[in-house]
Design a protein around this ligand. Structure first.
Ligand SMILES: Cc1cc2nc3c(=O)[nH]c(=O)nc-3n(C[C@H](O)[C@H](O)[C@H](O)COP(=O)(O)OP(=O)(O)OC[C@H]3O[C@@H](n4cnc5c(N)ncnc54)[C@H](O)[C@@H]3O)c2cc1C
Length: 380
């Protein structure tokens, strides 16, 4: 059984765009492989700038000129390619830039139009600050508030925050300054506002671009969703983000499995290569089978996303399966590498850390399970 051949999960790919991405990766290996990604000096701004200069950010967000390949397929192609490249962290920053920040401000008018242009050029970026130290998955416990003097509160574990020019903040608007309904609003804040203090968090992966923010009477630059509609806007957005995260997770798992197969095929123990050992062979075969079914589900999720028919349940299923698969495969990769896998130079522990981080971003497993409707019909 060939356990190395994985094609793309993207249902229909744009060959010309693929070639441009491949060319970009080949010409920018210095940037994508630099140790700065793990030392805390992650070159996020430089990566976005080069991608913007190459026209790939704008292209990934738009349909192909003949309309045959939708933008979400092209961005999935980019995320898949980045997840398979030397450093996974670069892909995490790009996914947040394109699939979170840019999508949440798109079509909102006013200053967001010029920000979006800057984002497609790779000159500006926007982070989404939802998670709070005291609330986490429980958004009903959110304490960030919009009041008379501005926004006050604290958010943490926000991707790209230390390099962000703008921050999208989910905040409770009890005084109905943005709308009559009750519930949180989604607000855009200038990261250079005097009421904004950003700090960089030390993390296991994504080193240097995960941040926390304290908001002290920060001004609202734009209302992206008024009081009562902030959560709805986020739930709609999460459909897209979760499917894209599952593209990234399944590409990461494929990379880890390829690595594990190559390594067990070349390590000789007890008179033969490790992969000839029945237990190791079976475990790798099980993960190969699991990955193939995950990839089929993710492909279906992408197809439904392009048709605007993806349900919250389907998006949650894609991400849940992809996260479980990525964690299982990367953990196997670490174990089957033996002591070499414990060394800092080995890619397996890093892939495992990336898989754990991606599992939390956009909703942890149990939160995803809450969004899966066991009664819902899924015509696979
Ligand atoms: C790499 C990475 C990137 C991220 N990027 C962003 C970002 O850009 N913006 C942002 O706002 N946040 C971001 N986050 C934060 C992420 O959204 C949160 O980590 C996630 O929502 C979970 O919150 P928590 O970490 O506080 O865990 P907790 O809410 O404390 O959960 C801990 C565990 O308990 C489980 N759990 C929680 N509630 C329940 C329940 N009711 N029933 C059963 N089990 C439950 C969870 O599934 C989890 O396993 C990121 C996180 C990571 C790791």
């Amino acid at each position: 059984m060939d356990m190395t051949g994985f094609g793309s999960v993207v249902p229909r790919s744009d060959g010309a765009f693929s070639r441009r991405v491949a060319e970009f990766l080949a010409h920018n290996d210095d940037l994508l492989s630099t140790p700065s990604w793990t030392s805390g000096e992650a070159p996020v701004a430089e990566t976005l700038r080069r991608l913007g200069d190459a026209g790939l950010l704008k292209a990934a967000a738009t349909d192909s000129s003949d309309g045959a390949v939708p933008g979400c397929f092209r961005s999935a192609q980019l995320h898949e390619a980045l997840a398979s490249s030397a450093c996974g962290a670069a892909g995490a920053a790009v996914l947040t830039h394109l699939e979170v920040g840019a999508r949440l401000i798109a079509g909102k008018g006013g200053i967001t139009e010029s920000i979006l242009e800057g984002m497609h050029a790779g000159k500006e970026t926007v982070a989404l600050a939802v998670t709070e130290p005291g609330g986490g998955s429980d958004l009903t416990a959110m304490s960030t508030r919009l009041g008379e003097s501005g926004i006050c509160g604290e958010k943490f574990m926000v991707t790209n925050l230390p390099v962000a020019d703008w921050i999208i903040v989910l905040a409770v608007d009890t005084e109905h300054r943005t709308g009559k309904r009750s519930g949180p609003a989604l607000l855009l804040v200038d990261a250079a506002d005097p009421g904004v203090t950003v700090s960089t968090l030390e993390t296991r992966s994504n080193a240097g671009f995960m941040g926390a923010v304290t908001l002290q009477d920060a001004s609202v630059a734009a209302v992206l969703a008024p009081a009562g509609l902030g959560l709805l806007a986020l739930v709609r957005h999460l459909l897209h983000e979760r499917v894209m995260l599952s593209v990234r997770l399944s590409a990461l798992a494929a990379r880890a499995l390829r690595q594990a197969v190559a390594e067990t095929s070349s390590r000789h123990r007890f008179g033969d290569t490790l992969i000839k050992n029945q237990h190791l062979h079976y475990r790798l075969a099980e993960e190969w089978a699991r990955l193939q079914s995950t990839r089929a589900l993710v492909r279906y999720g992408l197809r439904q996303l392009a048709r605007r028919s993806c349900t919250p349940s389907l998006a949650a299923m894609c991400k849940l399966h992809a996260a479980e698969t990525a964690r299982a495969v990367t953990e196997l990769g670490v174990r089957f590498a033996g002591a070499t896998g414990y060394r800092l130079s080995h890619p397996a522990p890093r892939l495992l850390a990336d898989a754990i981080g991606l599992s939390l971003a956009g909703g942890a497993d149990e939160v995803l399970l809450e969004h899966i409707d066991p009664k819902g019909s899924l015509a696979l």
